[in-house]
Design a binder for this molecule. Structure first.
Ligand code: ASP
Length: 333
C-alpha cells in the first residue's frame, strides 16, 4: 500500500512538472550580490587593454566566489567575506596587499562588516599586520563585546584570536609607493594621486532573506595623524539592516562620514519607501553638493542589486539568482 501511494505521489510530481505546476509548497528564495573595487576618476584613455582585462577578471573571480556561496545556500556574511578576502589578497586593489601608503610610509588598514539580521557589527582601524582586515572585523563582530577597535588594541585582539599576521612589507607595492612619492614631490592632494580609489566592498542577500555588508581599505594616500575614513565607520561606509538594505561605499571618506551615507540610504528606503536606486542617487547627490565624490553598492530585501556614483567610474560587479552576472568599470557601462 505504502509503495502504491509513493508511486502515485511520484506520478503526480512528474505530471505537475510536465504541465508546469509547482511541485514544491513554495518557490526557492532568491539571492543577490554586488561588489566594488573602488570609485574614482577612471578614463578609458588612461587604461591599457591588458589592465582593463585584468581588472575585470579580478572582479569576476571575486563575484564568482561570492555567488558560489549564495547559490549553495550559504549566508550573506560568508559570501561577502569570500569576496573581500579575495580582493584584499589582490594587489590591484587598495585593501590588504596593495594598500596605499600613509604620509609616514606605512600601510594602515580599515575594515568593517555588518550583519543585517541583528545589526551586529565589527570594525577595525589602523591595522598594520593582519593579512585580511575583514576577518579581524568579523572576529570583533562575532566576539560581540565591542564594535570598533583601533591600532595596537586591534592587533592585540587579532593575536588573541589567532588571526594570520604578516610582516608590514607584505602590503607594500611599487605603484602605491610611487603614488606617495609623487604626492610629496609635486605637493599633490590624495585625490590627484589616487585617481581611482581602490577600496573594496561587498553586499549580499542570501536565500534566507538576510542582508550583510562589508568594506575594506587602505584609506587615502598620504593620510596622517591616525586619519580614519568612512569604510570602518558603521553607518557611513558600511551598513546592513534586513528591514531596509545593505550598503558599502567608496570615495572621499570625509564626505561620506559627514553625510552618514550608508545608514541614510537605508533610512530613506525604510522611512520614505524609496527603492534602492532612488535612495542611493539622492544621497550621492547630497555628497556631491558638499563637494565629495564616490559611489555605493546596495542590495535590497527584494533582491535589487544597484550601483550609484558621481565619479567617472567604479570597479564593480553584480550577480543574482535570476541570472544577472556582470562586471563593469566606467560609469556609462
Ligand atoms: N572611502 C575610502 C576612505 O576615505 C577611500 C576609498 O573609498 O577609496 O578611506
Amino acid at each position: 500500500m505504502k509503495r502504491f501511494t509513493t508511486s502515485i505521489a511520484r506520478a503526480i510530481a512528474a505530471l505537475s512538472l510536465i504541465i508546469g505546476a509547482p511541485v514544491m509548497a513554495h518557490e526557492e528564495a532568491g539571492w543577490s550580490l554586488a561588489i566594488h573595487g573602488g570609485a574614482g576618476t577612471l578614463n578609458r584613455d588612461d587604461m591599457t587593454p591588458e589592465r582593463d582585462t585584468a581588472y575585470r577578471a579580478s572582479l569576476q573571480a571575486a563575484l564568482d566566489a561570492g555567488s558560489a556561496v549564495l547559490a549553495d545556500g550559504g549566508s550573506a556574511l560568508d559570501a561577502i567575506t569570500a569576496v573581500i578576502t579575495r580582493l584584499e589578497d589582490d594587489e590591484r586593489f587598495n585593501a590588504g596587499k596593495g594598500a596605499v601608503f600613509t604620509w609616514d610610509e606605512r600601510n594602515e588598514m580599515d575594515a568593517a562588516i555588518m550583519n543585517g539580521t541583528d545589526r551586529s557589527a565589527g570594525a577595525v582601524t589602523g591595522v598594520t599586520s593582519v593579512k585580511n582586515p575583514v576577518l579581524l572585523a568579523r572576529k570583533v563582530m562575532d566576539d560581540g563585546r565591542h564594535v570598533f577597535l583601533s591600532g595596537a588594541g586591534a592587533e592585540e585582539f587579532a593575536a588573541d584570536h589567532g588571526l594570520e599576521t604578516v610582516l608590514p612589507g607584505y602590503f607594500e607595492t611599487q605603484p602605491r609607493k610611487d603614488a606617495l612619492e609623487r604626492m610629496k614631490a609635486e605637493k599633490l592632494s590624495a585625490l590627484d594621486v589616487d585617481l581611482k580609489f581602490g577600496t573594496v566592498g561587498a553586499v549580499a542577500l542570501d536565500k534566507s532573506g538576510h542582508l550583510a555588508a562589508a568594506t575594506s581599505t587602505g584609506g587615502m594616500t598620504g593620510k596622517r595623524w591616525g586619519r580614519i575614513g568612512d569604510a570602518p565607520v558603521i553607518g557611513a561606509g558600511t551598513y546592513a539592516d534586513d528591514r531596509a538594505c545593505a550598503v558599502s561605499a567608496t570615495g572621499w571618506g570625509e564626505y561620506f562620514i559627514r553625510v552618514g551615507v550608508a545608514q541614510t540610504i537605508c533610512h530613506r528606503m525604510q522611512m520614505l519607501g524609496e527603492d534602492a536606486q532612488a535612495a542611493s542617487d539622492a544621497v550621492i547627490a547630497d555628497v556631491g553638493q558638499l563637494g565629495g565624490d564616490g559611489g555605493v553598492i546596495v542590495v535590497a530585501p527584494n533582491g535589487d542589486a544597484i550601483f550609484s556614483m558621481n565619479t567617472s567610474g567604479m570597479y564593480r560587479g553584480r550577480a543574482t539568482s535570476s541570472g544577472v552576472n556582470e562586471v563593469a568599470i566606467y560609469a556609462d557601462e
